[in-house]
Design a protein around this ligand. Structure first.
Ligand code: UD1
Length: 415
């Protein structure tokens, strides 16, 4: 087991580059299962979730070469029984949609991932069902099968990112036209559509609330550059705002992270947007504000725990309303160990800023909660030890190296 040891109280200064998006690369890797031919994917982040997905693709027979780019050839994949590894990451469930494009019957473990709520897959299944598939469950394994997969109109009761992606994957090689209404409009949906269209798919409307997919007979090899990770960008922006200092954060699409930019300006941090980067400056002690998480382009739920770390040492009181996941306040108990004053009732947290957070022994309870604790440790007085950092490694490439590059003091040690 590894842990982070952080010596807090140092401002962050300098420049740092953002890696490719975890939430883009995972569906795009799953999508490569649909394609007969070689796909070359650039800007792939080195993350444990990505390696889990690569292992799963190899399990189905994908030929994958790892280098500066990832070369994937899924021409000769086989249909295989459900693999236990799929339980480790939620995005593994996207493999179902892709395999349905290649095989008439697919079995998969119910997905795992971070424990931030129930995270059902009913909307994914509703989509498959609308396309003509039926499903059954046995011992935690779900089997989905069909005679003919035919386009249809599908309304999502909530604009679920994963369900939108899975239905897109299942319908690109289906017969006829699929229309997904009230779908997710996240930048990662657009990146997936761009990848599939470059491989010969016919997807229109990605990035709007209605996506139209005209089924095609086959997809061919392609090249694709993964978009920058907007949540990693937001994490570094908040780290600079919280510790004080001035940093240029490079490889950022500012439009993708607008709510965080605007919230930072609301609390008096300076944020300058440039073509491919963002510059953040702050004196480290900022007034509090309220946040409410929402689907894109609202404030991202993935930034909630991280923003709360800044609020915990802000001036005054702020309210956090989590509308996307029902159990996403696990970090509050850990922040309390560092002296934070936060009360939770249902999906609302009231954060009363304290003068100073104090270093403590804490543990990451999920990926973004873990990132929030790293920020709190950087802001706090004294030493913070963070356990269970395997969660953080799921979504942040070389986080400790990037923080050290900016002058932060953080070490990864074996415990
Ligand atoms: C994706 C992101 C995750 C982010 C989330 C919301 C990836 C790999 N992960 O997760 O980082 O936090 O979007 O922005 O891209 N829901 C249902 N039924 C379903 C599907 C979802 O009720 O069939 C609910 C979920 O329980 C949750 C809400 O919809 O309350 C949003 O989930 P969804 O958008 O599907 O998130 P993920 O795709 O799992």
């Amino acid at each position: 087991m590894e842990k982070f040891i952080i010596e807090g109280g140092r401002p962050l200064n300098g420049s740092v580059g953002i890696s490719g998006s975890k939430n883009s690369v995972l569906p795009i890797l799953a999508a490569s299962l649909l394609i007969k031919g070689k796909c070359t994917i650039y800007n792939v982040p080195h993350l444990s979730d990505v390696y889990t997905m690569i292992d799963l693709l190899r399990y189905y027979g994908a030929d994958i070469k790892e280098g500066i780019a990832l070369e994937i050839d899924c021409t000769d994949i086989d249909n295989r029984p459900a693999n236990d590894k799929a339980k480790n990451i939620r995005a593994s469930f996207l493999i179902v949609g892709a395999l349905l494009g290649r095989f008439k019957k697919v079995s998969m473990h119910m997905p795992g991932g971070c424990s931030i709520g129930l995270r059902p897959v009913d909307l994914h299944l509703k989509g498959f069902c609308c396309l003509g598939a039926v499903h059954s469950f046995e011992k935690g394994i779900i089997t989905i099968e069909y005679d003919r997969l035919r386009g249809n109109e599908i309304y999502l009761d909530f604009p679920s990112v994963g369900a939108t992606e899975n239905i897109m994957l299942a319908s690109v090689l289906a017969e006829g036209t699929t229309v997904i209404s009230n779908c997710a409009i996240e930048p990662e949906i657009v990146d997936l559509a761009d990848f599939l269209n470059s491989a010969g798919a016919d997807i229109k409307g990605a990035g709007s609330d209605t996506i139209v997919i005209n089924g095609t007979d086959a997809l061919h090899g392609t090249e694709h550059n993964i978009i920058p990770d907007r949540i990693e960008a937001g994490t570094f922006m908040l780290a600079v705002a919280g510790t004080g200092g001035c940093c240029r954060i490079k490889n950022v699409i500012c439009d993708h992270i607008k709510p965080v930019i605007l919230k930072l300006r609301e609390i008096d941090a300076e944020v300058k947007e440039e073509d491919n980067s963002v510059i953040v400056a702050s004196d480290g002690r900022l007034p509090n504000t309220d946040i409410k998480t929402m689907p894109y382009p609202g404030f991202p739920t993935d930034m909630q725990a991280i923003f709360m770390s800044i609020m915990a040492k802000g001036i005054g009181t702020g309210i956090v309303n989590e509308t996307v996941f029902e159990n996403r306040f696990m970090h509050v108990g850990e922040l309390a160990r560092m002296g934070a004053n936060i009360t939770v009732e249902g999906r609302t947290a009231v954060v009363k800023g304290v003068d100073m957070l104090k270093g403590a022994n804490v543990k990451a309870t999920d990926l973004r909660a873990g990132a929030g604790l790293v920020l709190s440790g950087l802001c706090a007085e004294g030493i913070t030890e963070i356990g269970e950092i395997q969660y953080i490694d799921r979504g942040y490439e070389k986080i400790e190296e990037k923080i050290r590059q900016l002058g932060g003091k953080i070490e990864r040690v074996r415990s």
